[in-house]
Write a protein that binds this ligand. Structure first.
Ligand code: HEM
Ligand code: HEM
Length: 237
């Protein structure tokens, strides 16, 4: 028993959905979220663009191109993780590789829980309460409150997602026969390590973009003026 021929198709489909569409979606999602750095109006412009897509079309795209593939990849991934892999248990892989292998599976379990919370508090929340709950100011308030706990959870979630995707890409290339020789597999491993750092930084940069206080030049000027006026009566004899 185990993953014999009967599961070959589903396992391949699981592997493919990890890269297309989920991997691609994550890269473009983090790239668009890094508009947070450009300030509230630019970031809210990106949110507004999705709001301007006709509702039914957006729903079909969200469910068909993203929701169902993630649901399939996540649930089948939990199923894979729940079964002991005899090759690894028997020590068929060197220790370091089996550790990386397990880490990819456990990051998958963590991502499953985090994605449920993430989608509930973003897309679902916005459909119920309106787009302002996912606009720049809402992210600023959320990430800077509760002693930065949510920020830390997001930072860890980004590392887990980046690891899962990038280690997955290395595995994917072997599984699909893209990297066959030892040389090309080692080269891919280097690329994966580089991509892991790059994707982590991309996500962290997007998060840090929400942290600074939004300030326009004139607002700052007014604030300084008010402080000066207040200072006069206190400091004068
Ligand atoms: C920097 C961290 C992140 C921020 C600020 C963020 C922000 C958002 C926002 C604002 C939405 C609402 C829909 C939209 O405007 O796109 C959303 C939805 C979503 N996010 Fe994230 N996200 C982050 C990280 C991630 C990661 C790492 C994943 C993993 C793949 C992810 C997966 C999703 C999914 C699946 C949805 C629902 C998609 C949909 O509505 O069509 N997000 N996120
Ligand atoms: C929703 C929670 C998720 C779970 C439970 C999960 C689970 C898994 C598991 C167990 C594997 C290993 C399959 C194997 O070794 O045969 C895997 C592979 C993979 N996953 Fe996920 N995953 C999740 C989310 C994601 C996300 C958000 C992405 C993309 C950002 C992703 C991308 C990949 C890739 C690229 C692979 C490699 C495919 C391969 O081995 O050929 N996964 N996933």
């Amino acid at each position: 028993m185990g993953f014999g021929r009967e599961n070959f198709f589903w396992h391949k489909l699981h592997s493919l959905t990890g890269v297309i569409p989920i991997g691609f979606y994550m890269i473009q999602h983090l790239t668009l979220n890094s508009f947070s750095l450009a300030g509230p109006s630019k970031f809210n412009g990106v949110i507004g663009f999705f709001e301007s897509v006709p509702k039914h079309l957006l729903l079909v795209l969200e469910i068909g191109l993203l929701g169902l593939p993630i649901l399939f990849h996540g649930i089948y991934g939990l199923f894979i993780t729940s079964r002991a892999d005899l090759d690894v248990a028997k020590g068929a892989y060197p220790w370091r590789e089996s550790r990386m292998f397990w880490l990819q599976r456990w990051t998958g379990v963590g991502l499953f829980l985090l994605l449920i919370l993430h989608v509930a508090t973003t897309t679902v929340n916005a459909k119920i309460n309106g787009p302002q709950v996912i606009e720049w100011q809402a992210w600023h308030d959320k990430l800077t409150s509760f002693g930065y706990v949510i920020l830390i959870v997001y930072m860890i979630g980004i590392v887990a997602a980046a690891y899962h995707l990038c280690y997955g890409l290395w595995n994917f290339c072997i599984r699909w026969g893209i990297t066959v020789s030892g040389h090309s597999q080692r080269a891919m491993q280097k690329f994966s390590a580089f991509a892991f750092v790059a994707v982590t930084l991309l996500g962290w940069i997007a998060l840090f973009g929400f942290l600074k206080e939004p300030s326009t030049g004139s607002d700052d000027g007014e604030a300084v003026q008010v402080r000066r006026e207040l200072a006069v009566p206190i400091s004068s004899p």
